[in-house]
Design a protein around this ligand. Structure first.
Ligand code: IPM
Ligand code: MN
Length: 359
């Protein structure tokens, strides 16, 4: 297969983790006989520095022409949250430009990093949760106003915006354990009442085998740390999904472990990025955890390139590297020597070759 992959390292630790993810992708190409062309472009703070625009038109054009986009992270203290032009506008603009409305954020704790979680091992047993976050609507993209002593963010959802992300989540639930939890705040928000109605209808009419439950976002947050194994697939709106997916970091041991895939309609390029941010405090020190970025490569291979064997191989290589004790400081035992970002890349690439040889 030939594929064009847009590489958007971005800010902070973005370039460091993306470099390891790109190595793994290149290794997959070599081992399995694919030709992956990786082309780099700026987004976020670095793009502001270079061009004044967090999402230059050339970057959008490259991403739209690509088969998939691999992104690191955006943002940092150099570009303040109240500046007129902000790195985050680059990321949000890209999600919008690529129309990637369904953001898949899986959390499957690996036993080797369970000790890094503040949760008890018994609570983590059997956890395999997939959060599907609506990504191009809601309060993130509604009209914003600011006047003296007063501000407003509008939250809007249409039936179609809800239905299409629910379909993605329900399809994924069908391929897993058949359970879907729809999360809203229907006791307060009108958009949530619409969300609940549309979800109920779509699942009833189109996904007969799926077991659907509704849960309010506050109690869902509590249940995610008390009984995380109770969940299969969760579907929710943009802001709730942002918050709940950071919470799932305690399941995976570290936010550095979590990958994500953002998908639009079939055929368009998907956007793949680790869930963690730019972590400016550790940028450039070589300690960043690249597992989330590398896990995003597995999702890219699966969802955009439809290379299931290769995707599974990357996931197996990640598991093998973890089992061999290749752990960055955020997940390593305090008594063990922690690996650098590059050493994790080495371990995954080595495990990938071994995995290929033994098949
Ligand atoms: C995320 C991030 C982004 C979001 C920020 C950087 C705009 O927190 O991907 O979860 O809020 O969506
Ligand atoms: Mn977030």
């Amino acid at each position: 297969m030939r594929a064009l992959i847009a590489l958007l390292p971005g800010d902070g630790i973005g370039p460091e983790v993306t470099a390891q993810a790109a190595r793994v992708l290149t290794a997959v190409g070599e081992l399995y006989g694919h030709s992956f062309a990786l082309r780099e472009a700026p987004v976020g703070g670095i793009a502001i520095d270079q061009t004044g625009d967090p999402l230059p038109a050339e970057t959008v054009a490259l991403c739209q022409a690509a088969d998939a986009v691999l992104l690191g992270a955006v943002g940092g203290p150099r570009w303040g949250p109240s500046a007129l032009v902000r790195p985050e506008q680059g990321l949000l603009g890209l999600r919008r430009a690529l129309a990637v409305f369904a953001n898949l954020r899986p959390a499957v704790p690996h036993p080797r990093v369970a000790a890094a979680s503040p949760l008890k091992p018994a609570v983590l047993r059997g956890v395999d949760v997939l959060i599907v976050r609506e990504l191009t609507g809601g309060i993130y993209f509604g009209e914003k106003r600011r006047e003296a002593g007063w501000a407003e963010d509008l939250c809007t959802y249409t039936e179609e915006e809800i239905a299409r992300v629910v379909r993605v989540a329900a399809r994924l639930a069908q391929s897993r354990r058949g359970r879907l939890t729809s999360v809203d705040k229907a006791n307060v928000l009108e958009t949530s009442r619409l969300w609940r109605e549309v979800t109920t209808r779509v699942v009833r009419e189109e996904f007969r085998g799926i077991e659907l439950e509704h849960q309010l976002v506050d109690s869902c947050a509590l249940r995610l740390v008390q009984q995380p194994a109770a969940f299969d697939v969760i579907v929710t709106e943009n802001l709730f999904g942002d918050i709940l997916t950071d919470l799932t970091a305690v399941l995976g041991g570290s936010i550095g472990m979590l990958p994500s895939a953002s998908l639009g309609e079939e055929g368009g390029p998907g956007l793949y990025e680790p869930v963690h941010g730019s972590a400016p405090d550790i940028a450039g020190t070589g300690v960043a955890n690249p597992y989330g970025a590398i896990g995003s490569v597995a999702l890219l291979l699966r969802h955009s390139l439809h290379l299931e064997v290769e995707a599974t191989a990357v996931e197996a290589a990640i598991a093998a590297a973890l089992e061999s004790g290749a752990l960055t400081v955020d997940v390593a035992d305090p008594d063990d020597r922690a690996c650098s970002t590059g050493e994790i890349g080495d371990a995954v690439v080595a495990a990938l070759s071994l995995h290929k040889e033994t098949r």
